[in-house]
Design a protein around this ligand. Structure first.
Ligand code: AMP
Length: 217
């Protein structure tokens, strides 16, 4: 299964990606997580990425595409992969199609999570992320057992710099302008599957798996 997740920030792609990757036994590749790891480790890539991501802008394609090309050479993608947060514009989608064509390993499906803007804002402003393992919580909808502490690894929860209301509004505009066109791209390729991203986490996973089994064989 070679799968792409598409959807606005806050639609729950990261959370669903973890479930879907475990269900299909494939690696979860999140470009946002790779950038955040590099930012934490203060690498050259991290320093560059931080200047864009703090403002809610996309890191230039030349950097992101090469990072993804390199990641897709790792052995663990032999049986498939789940890409979360990539592609983010049509140029990246075309780049991905080209590198996968070289490997004769095209995408099986692009799964779109749809959600209203008001709901997105509510989810993102309340999101808290573990500094150590990256797991997301929500101050109302998915509270950790102990305030400010990750249930999984006891790491510290923090609010991502790009989850402030001002930056979220900008990220939504970037999504509408740059990312949304990839939905038409994948629809025209016959690969788009859209599901509503509302309800419980487990309900959305079940919806995603049933839509994927109907569409991909
Ligand atoms: P995410 O966790 O997917 O919301 O990504 C966090 C930030 O990382 C984004 O706001 C961008 O600055 C950067 N980023 C992640 N994926 C990409 C991508 N495919 N292209 C460009 N920038 C990206």
């Amino acid at each position: 299964m070679r799968l792409i997740l598409v959807g606005p920030p806050g639609a729950g792609k990261g959370t669903q990606a973890v479930h879907l990757a475990a269900h299909y036994g494939i690696p979860h590749i999140s470009t946002g997580d790779i950038f955040r790891l590099n930012i934490k480790n203060e690498t050259e890539l991290g320093k560059l990425a931080k200047s864009y991501s703090d403002a809610g802008n996309l890191v230039p394609d030349s950097v992101t595409n090469e990072m993804v090309r390199d990641r897709l050479t790792h052995g663990d993608v032999a049986n498939g992969f789940l890409l979360d947060g990539f592609p983010r514009n049509v140029a990246q989608a075309e780049f991905l199609r080209a590198i996968l064509a070289e490997k004769s390993a095209p995408i099986d499906a692009a799964l779109e999570f749809s959600l209203e803007d008001a709901e997105i804002l509510l989810r993102l402003t309340g999101r808290r992320t573990c500094r150590a393992c990256g797991t997301s919580f929500h101050i109302v909808f998915e509270k950790p057992a102990v305030d400010g502490i990750c249930d999984k690894c006891q790491g510290e929860l923090y609010q991502r710099q790009d989850d402030s209301e001002e930056v979220i509004t900008h990220r939504l505009a970037v999504y509408a302008e740059q990312t949304q066109p990839i939905i038409a791209f994948y629809r025209s390729e016959g690969l788009l599957i859209s599901i509503p991203a509302t309800g419980e986490v487990s309900e959305i996973s079940a919806r995603a798996i049933s839509a994927l089994s109907a569409a991909v064989n």
